[in-house]
Design a protein around this ligand. Structure first.
Ligand code: FES
Length: 122
């Protein structure tokens, strides 16, 4: 059975359109794009590094460390380990940087906006 967890009042949500919450010991990143909220685990499935400063384009986020790209709604992996320190890397060197990790989806959470409050479901 799912559990609804309060995150914030909408009026307190970051004007930057993204905010990290600690939810039962886990870091959850909430992103607002064009009035739509998305909630995802704030750790990239590649090496577990934080996604909070990742580039958001539409409903996708790109990991700031090695360029893996994910759909914010479904968590689907759209591209896997494409760069290092912001520089694109050739296909042959991706395997080295992957460090044996296979493309993996990003964990997402249902998000609820109700009566001016933001919740996620665990
Ligand atoms: S930690 Fe995100 S792609 Fe490597």
């Amino acid at each position: 059975m799912s559990q609804r967890v309060f995150l914030a009042n909408l009026s307190d949500f970051s004007e930057k359109g993204r905010q990290v919450f600690s939810v039962q010991g886990s870091s959850v990143l909430v992103i607002k794009v064009a009035e739509q909220f998305y909630a995802v685990a704030n750790h990239c499935p590649h090496l577990g590094l934080p996604l909070a400063s990742g580039k958001v384009e539409g409903s996708t986020i790109t990991c700031p460390f090695h360029g893996s790209k994910f759909d914010l709604a479904s968590g689907e992996n759209l591209d896997w380990v494409t760069s290092f320190a912001g520089l694109k890397i050739p296909q042959w060197s991706r395997r080295l940087l992957e460090m044996g990790k296979k493309p993996t989806p990003l964990q997402t959470f249902p998000i609820i906006v109700e009566e001016g409050k933001l919740y996620i479901e665990l």
